[in-house]
Design a binder for this molecule. Structure first.
Ligand code: FMN
Length: 167
């Protein structure tokens, strides 16, 4: 798939098969995240990989999306490292870019994933579960695995509605 096609066909996947995902693939996904741009190249991200069943069960209790978390082969929790931060908005933008790199790599590898933001309401509890330092602030959890079925149809507003000025 070319890049544009990859971008357009990526869908959020919330149900996964039991097929395991190799650590090599998980590392590749995270490496793709780390090649995102960041302000001053400060690379303010830190990652936690959660595969342990009991730990996943504990994480699942912290979100409305429990089923998805339990079904996922792995969770990648993405944190902003506040000790590396220099500008809140720009650092959050860098992490968003990192997350999209990861989602596109996941899709390119034939895996599926969803970006979970709702769990941020319990970000500190997620961090405590994995003994993360107080500098770490949860920005998202990616739940991933081999997709059980297709994602949604995918819909976006009409392209023309997105542009409000052109001269
Ligand atoms: C910041 C952010 C937070 C999100 N949080 C959740 C979430 O908590 N649960 C969920 O199922 N999907 C979540 N999503 C996925 C969106 O629902 C999804 O991307 C959107 O509906 C478009 O669908 P698509 O990804 O299939 O194109 C989130 C996406 C983003 C970017």
């Amino acid at each position: 798939m070319n890049l544009f096609e990859l971008i357009k066909t990526r869908r959020s996947i919330r149900r996964f098969t039991e097929e395991p995902v190799s650590d090599e693939l998980i590392n590749k996904i995270i490496e793709a995240g780390t090649w995102a741009p960041s302000g001053k190249n400060n690379q303010p991200w830190k990652f936690a990989i959660i595969k342990d069943k009991d730990l996943k069960a504990q994480v699942s209790e912290l979100t409305h999306y429990a089923k998805c978390v339990l079904s996922a082969h792995a969770l990648i929790a993405v944190f902003l490292d506040n000790s590396a931060s220099y500008h809140t908005i720009k650092d959050a933008q860098a992490i968003g870019s990192c997350l999209q790199n990861m989602l596109l790599t996941i899709h390119d590898e034939g895996l599926g994933a969803v970006w979970l933001g709702e769990i941020l309401k319990n970000g500190d509890k997620v961090r405590e579960l994995i003994n993360g330092s107080a500098d770490l602030e949860l920005m998202a959890v990616i739940a991933l695995g081999y997709p059980a079925g297709k994602g949604g149809k995918g819909s976006r507003n009409k392209f023309d509605q997105a542009i409000f000025f052109r001269k």
